[in-house]
Design a protein around this ligand. Structure first.
Ligand code: C5P
Length: 222
């Protein structure tokens, strides 16, 4: 199995002076926490996608980690998340039948989430994403702000990463060239079935200073 970790976003909503994945969280960068979690799932290969000017720093982070036989590389990302995923996909060999795409910003994702996604892929799913029920009622609105519809709350899931796919399915979805905020949307658009498995509150995406504080509390076990 191959894993693409995307960490090339600027993270402007966090308001830090460095790209988000390189911000410190209790003594290690967000990227380092994320990579430790990914390596617990023992991938055969790993592509880490970072801003071009930080490729060297990411290589130093990887050098400090116990790769335990994982073939790892660092590549520069692109302007959109899907450009970064594409760059990571190109860095993987053809050896991996399954590929997981993971946001570095979800740096505390428990290994059990990786295992659930992989188990469903190995059981034959074309696409698998972790998700959690939503607590708010969600409205679809039009450009003028008026409500168009109210989806049934119990049918909604907030989806997380790692998102896993048969490698050829993900490559076809990205070759179609559309942009999306997650990979599943590209795969769904091609008509493939994507299964949602149980996510985890600890797989939160660190986006705002509040999220960073919450991640700090989770790490401290508070
Ligand atoms: O911006 P967003 O919250 O969707 O970012 C999710 C993940 O995608 C983050 O880990 C971020 O570093 C990554 N990303 C990327 N390249 C971009 C934009 C986002 O690798 N151009």
């Amino acid at each position: 199995m191959g894993v693409v970790v995307v960490a090339a976003g600027s993270g402007t909503r966090l308001g830090a002076s460095r790209p988000k994945a390189f911000v410190e969280l209790r003594g290690a960068t967000i990227l380092e926490h994320a990579l430790r979690g990914v390596l617990e799932s023992a991938p055969g290969e790993l592509a880490v996608v970072v801003p071009e000017e930080l490729v060297g720093e990411a290589q130093q982070i990887l050098a400090r980690l116990d790769l335990a036989g994982t073939r790892a590389s660092v590549v520069a990302g692109g302007a959109e998340r899907s450009d970064s995923v594409n760059a990571g996909l190109r860095a993987l060999t053809d050896a991996s039948r399954h590929v997981l795409v993971h946001d570095a910003a979800r740096c505390l994702t428990p290994v059990a989430v990786f295992e659930r996604v992989l188990a469903a892929l190995r059981a034959g799913a074309e696409g698998v994403v972790p998700g959690v029920p939503v607590v708010d009622t969600i409205k679809v609105v039009d450009a003028s702000g008026h409500i168009v519809s109210t989806p049934l709350r119990k049918s909604l899931r907030a989806v997380q990463t790692p998102q896993g796919f048969a490698r050829d399915v993900l490559a076809a979805a990205h070759a179609a060239g559309a942009a999306a905020t997650d990979d599943a949307a590209l795969v769904e658009a091609l008509g493939y079935a994507v299964l949602v498995v149980e996510g985890d509150e600890r797989a939160l995406k660190v986006t705002t200073p509040d999220d960073l504080a919450r991640a700090e509390r989770l790490l401290a076990g508070a």
